[in-house]
Design a protein around this ligand. Structure first.
Ligand SMILES: [Zn+2]
Length: 189
């Protein structure tokens, strides 16, 4: 299938927000987003409904359509109850802040109990740390390095990540997405 996009605008700048069949995002962390090619493919496979569209058109010899900006699955997918243990979600829990010095740049990960001393790669033992702190702590225990995380690392629930996520919205938010995201923001004091 050859598809031509209006050359004046970049289709790459037109991702689609993917909603579950209940019109909530399929996933928040990371936000469920498809590139325009995947969104259109899903439309043609009849797997999604188009909820909202961009102004931008795509054309092929056989069809012409606007790029979807929001799609919803036709079949409900049971969302996982616990947030995935991912690099992004660890950063999000820790507010993209080094847990030793508070720096917000040059972030990496630190095993509080070093792996060399039996520390596991789990929510309870991994924190965001800047490279200089990571280097300084090296493979020492917190008491040997005299470096303790500002907050005891924990496994967040979705609510925790939602609260954190409001401070770090995705880089790209089309206006048509806002009806489906952060609808409860105003309820925050
Ligand atoms: Zn640091």
């Amino acid at each position: 299938m050859t598809v031509h996009v209006q050359p004046s605008v970049s289709a790459e700048a037109c991702p689609a927000l993917v909603l579950n069949a209940d019109y909530r995002p399929l996933s928040y962390f990371p936000l469920s987003i498809w590139c325009w090619q995947d969104a259109i493919k899903a439309v043609f496979l009849d797997r999604v409904n188009i909820v909202s569209e961009y102004d931008r058109m795509v054309r092929s010899p056989s069809f012409e359509m606007r790029l979807p900006s929001v799609v919803s699955l036709k079949t409900y997918v049971q969302p996982s109850r616990n947030p995935a243990f991912t690099r992004f979600n660890v950063f999000l829990r820790d507010r993209f802040t080094c847990q030793y010095c508070g720096a917000r740049e040059d972030l990496t990960f630190d095993h509080v109990i070093p792996r060399s001393k039996g520390g596991l790669t789990t929510w309870e033992n991994v924190v965001a740390a800047c490279s200089p702190c990571n280097l300084r702590k090296s493979d020492q225990l917190p008491r040997d390095a005299e470096m303790w995380p500002r907050q005891t690392p924990y496994a967040p629930d979705l609510h925790d990540l939602h609260r954190a996520g409001r401070h770090f919205p995705p880089n790209f938010l089309h206006e048509s997405w806002l009806d489906y995201l952060y609808w409860d923001t105003e309820l925050e004091p």
